[in-house]
Design a binder for this molecule. Sequence first.
Ligand code: FES
Ligand SMILES: [Fe+2]
Length: 444
Amino acid sequence: MLQERVPDLSRRLSEFVEPDRVRREVYTDPAIFELEMQRIHERVWIYCGHESQVPKTGDYYAVQIGRQPMVMVRGADGKVNVLYNRCPHRGNMMVGDRHGSSGEFFRCSYHAWTFHHDGRLRSIPMMESGYAGTRYGKDNPDCSMKHAARVENYRGFVFASLSPEGPSLVDFLGKAIVAFDDMCDRAPQGEVEIVPNCFRVIQKSNWKIFLENQLDALHPSVTHQSTGRAAHEVEKDIEKKTGHAPLSYHMLSAFATVTIDKWDNFQTLNYPHGHCILTGYMGLRPKDPDTLAYEKTLVDAYGQKRMEEILGVNIHHVLIYPGLSVQSPLQQLRAVRPLGVDRTLTEIWHFRLKGAPEAIYRRSLAYYNLVNSPATLVNADDLENFWKCHQGLSSEGGDWVSFARHFGRDLQKGEVVETAANCGTSEAPMRNQMKAWARYMAAQ
Ligand code: FES
Ligand SMILES: [Fe+2]
């Protein structure tokens, strides 16, 4: 065990992360995992869900923040609260299912203590006779459900932090806030709504392996080559027969047509707190009647100039460290919930652009099903790599994980690290994530 080798874990953690490589224990040691939960996931802003998941008073969704079971619930005042999913009486979880309606108040299934949707105690059966002269009663805050230290909502996306200290949500997101602006701005009504429900996948690998893969621009044309090639064959056939192939084939064939050498043409922008943006690589603005009809709805809503600005935002992927991957032009979102050092839950969601034609929603649904769902070969290709990486890192075949690709060529511009021209496959995003990791882990 690591603790035996390294008695003072905190002090020695800095030795696990070098600018271009990290020790394998960072992915495999249960003691490091526990510390990550304390110092990262249970401190920083974590995405809970979208407010459209809980449209009515009393609607709730259970959500995991670090090791803490939480519940996101809509109160009578319209506010979305995030509470610990625990009854203050004897600790029973207040809700045992993933989502539902609690009605006008929460009622514990064990002894019927009831609570308002902001967590305040509402009643205890026979409270006066049962608790007279004890420390328990309505005015004791220990009798209420505990709430997350901070909750903020940005354009409908609800985040919580279990620490009372730290930057505001907007400061924490920094430039990565574009993930939500880009997604919402693409809606003629300026808002999105979630499409219930999500896919859930449990990966048998450490949570950081998933995050590192999200902006790994070298892997798609290798890992997903066979999927891309097969789709490209069919796409060409359809094109030959009908003159054009549906955009959904392009979503898959791009994995093969954007060949390994072309990936260096793109760019990643790396920000404080470990966030990162990968610029766009797929043509998503064809001239078909559906796209033109959609563009017209945007012109009607915002005018020609603003429409061009909105559709001109050139990003494919935004990673918000430590637990969110957003593909805003396609309205996709994946939330990462670590379950253990070698087990990670991902929740895979997609959204509808309010006011956009149905055909545009179908595009988002196609990407969701073809690329991000557990049923697609793309996701399966990645999952196999994640599992194999975790197995390899658990072995004694080597001590280090390398992030040296294009190391030394990054351009530091203020707080932003940009990959240099023709360095799109740089491992700068992984270096940036580990830099943030080391900083979080060093803070007591
Ligand atoms: S455990 Fe909830 S009322 Fe007793
Ligand atoms: Fe992939």
